[in-house]
Structure formats: C-alpha cells, structure tokens
Design a protein around this ligand. Structure first.
Ligand code: SF4
Length: 314
C-alpha cells in the first residue's frame, strides 16, 4: 500500500513562499520521498494570496488570532482554517502523516510567533492556522515539522509512527475484528514495549476484555492508546529493556560466545557507545538463523525500510 503524506508545498521545492522562494527539505525529498507519496499544499496560495506577497503574521486580539499583514489588513485566518478543513475532509482518510513548514503563521505546528495588537511584544505559543485545522481533524495523525526532522530521535519516531498508522489504516480498510486487532497488537509488542510497557499490557488487557463491546469502539480506543503510547521517541532505558527481553528468547539457542557478544552489544548501546542498530542487527540475525517464528513477525525489527538508516543515529 502506498503511504500518502501531506506536506507544505514549499518543503518540496515549490516556489510558493512570500518571496517566491522555497524551503526544500533534503530529508523529505531525497530520502523519505523514495518510500512515500507526497500530496503538497500551500494554504496561503490556496486562499488567494499571490506569489510574491507581503508577509503575514499572527496577531492575538483577545481570544481571537488574526493572520494578517503587519498593518492589520487582509486577515485570512478564517480562510486558512476553512481550507485546512476542506483538505482534512477530502484527504485525511488517505493520509498517514503530515509534514509542516516550521514557524509559518499558516503551516507552523507549534511555537509560531504571535504579536499583540500594537506589535509591542510577541509570544511564541502560536500554531499555524492551516496546521491547526489538520491536527484538529485527526489528532492521531503523525505530524512533524521540517526543522524537528533534523533531530535523529524525532525523525525516527515520526517515520515509525507514519508506518504504524498506515498499517493500521490498511487493517481498518479491510474491516476490523477483535482477531485482527489482537494479531496487530501481538506484532507490535516489542515496538510498544520500547515506548511504554504499561501501554502494551493495558491495550492487550483491553482487547482481551472486549468480546461484548462494539468492535468499532474498541478499534477507536485501541488506536488512540497505541498512537499516544508511541507519540514520543523511546528512551534508551526502555529500548535497552526491550533488547534484554528479546535476548531472553535465545537462552537455549546461543553458544556462550554468542551470548556474550549479544550482552556486550546491548550494554554498549545502553551506555551510548553504539547506536540501536548494532544490538538489533545481532538480534535480527539470531531470529533468522534460529527461525523464531514469533519474533520474525515483530514490527520492532523493521518498522520502516532499513534504507532510511534511521537507527544509525539513535
Ligand atoms: S509555509 Fe505553508 S503557506 Fe508558507 S509557503 Fe510554505 S506551504 Fe505556503
């Protein structure tokens, strides 16, 4: 299934910015683009602003946010929000993520500059109006900004979430059932464990106790719990704990030297000397060699294409 992602058009290299420029993202266009299909949007152009155009900014007047020129004219906040709502209703069911351009009064996901009415002070607590409409429409949709994607932990977490969400949408598109959800949950055991062990247990319990419940409601509760649990990068401590759990599968399979090699790789990762892919490569190798069927199904070993090298930096 093709993974579709919404993206701020300027990040793809389209020259749609106020100064006729762009903000092409190397990671998005040179690496991730090989694995996903982007659907670009420039909300400011979509609501009728020209290229080039005078700059616009967010201005707070009481509880209301305007998105207007520095002299207060040409407020397009409502138009931007409505455009976001129309993108949401026409596209979000097919999207597994969205990448926004940081700091923009329209597209910024967080910490957007907001002026007071007299422009005598600013805060950095705004959300781009278009981005807000998208995030309001689907609070579970994995969203990230171009700048934050330079952080290897945030990048890995974002890409992992879009793959999980896409897999979930694929499951839902063929009709949910308790059996399918239980299988999905089992396949995501170690991925979930590497983020929140308690969430893995709680969601498993919830599925086990849901035979009398409406299956669509169970599915909603499940995906809320899952996406919330993986919404932040996994800590080194939780990853180490997960690796040690996986190590337990090989007690009877490995020689003394192999066990020692694996323990050392996990310890080296724990203390920050090697990245996650080092112990994981070993575990993955042993899983294949010893044909451990349950582990071969685990999404944790390959949540996204290895070619993205996302575990080299964490
Ligand atoms: S940040 Fe958004 S509104 Fe601004 S140029 Fe890029 S796509 Fe258009």
């Amino acid at each position: 299934m093709t993974i579709k992602i919404g993206i701020s058009a300027c990040l793809t290299g389209q020259q749609v910015r106020f100064d006729s420029g762009h903000k092409r993202s190397d990671f998005c266009m040179n690496e991730l683009a090989k694995h996903v299909e982007y659907v670009p949007f420039c909300p400011e152009v979509a609501v009728g602003l020209p290229i080039p155009r005078p700059t616009i900014r967010q201005v707070r007047i009481g509880d209301v946010i305007k998105v207007c020129r520095p002299d207060g004219s040409n407020d397009v906040a409502d138009d931007l929000y409505k455009f976001g709502q129309s993108v949401a209703s026409n596209h979000l069911s097919k999207f597994s993520g969205f990448i926004f351009c940081a700091k923009s009064p329209s597209c910024g996901m967080e910490r957007v500059k907001v002026y007071n009415e007299t422009a005598t002070w600013t805060t950095h607590d705004g959300v781009g109006v278009f981005a807000k409409a998208i995030m309001d429409a689907d609070p579970l949709l994995p969203c990230e900004e171009n700048g934050r994607l330079n952080d290897p932990h945030l990048r890995e977490n974002f890409v992992m979430r879009i793959y999980v969400y896409s897999k979930w949408k694929e499951l839902v598109s063929t009709g949910v059932s308790l059996h399918k959800m239980t299988t999905f949950h089992a396949q995501h055991k170690y991925l979930l464990m590497s983020h929140k062990y308690q969430a893995y247990k709680a969601l498993g319990r919830m599925l086990g106790e849901s035979h009398e419940r409406d299956v669509d409601q169970v599915a909603r509760d499940y995906i809320i719990g899952l996406m919330t649990a993986i919404s932040k990068p996994a800590s080194r401590k939780a990853q180490t704990n997960t690796l040690m759990h996986l190590q337990g599968y090989f007690k009877k399979h490995l020689s003394k030297i192999e066990k020692q090699e694996l323990s050392e790789a996990i310890e080296e990762y724990r203390i920050g000397n090697v990245p996650l892919y080092v112990p994981l490569t070993l575990l993955s190798h042993h899983t294949k060699v010893h044909d451990v069927a349950y582990l071969k199904e685990q999404v944790y070993f390959a949540p996204y294409p290895n070619e993205l090298k996302l575990r080299f930096g964490i």
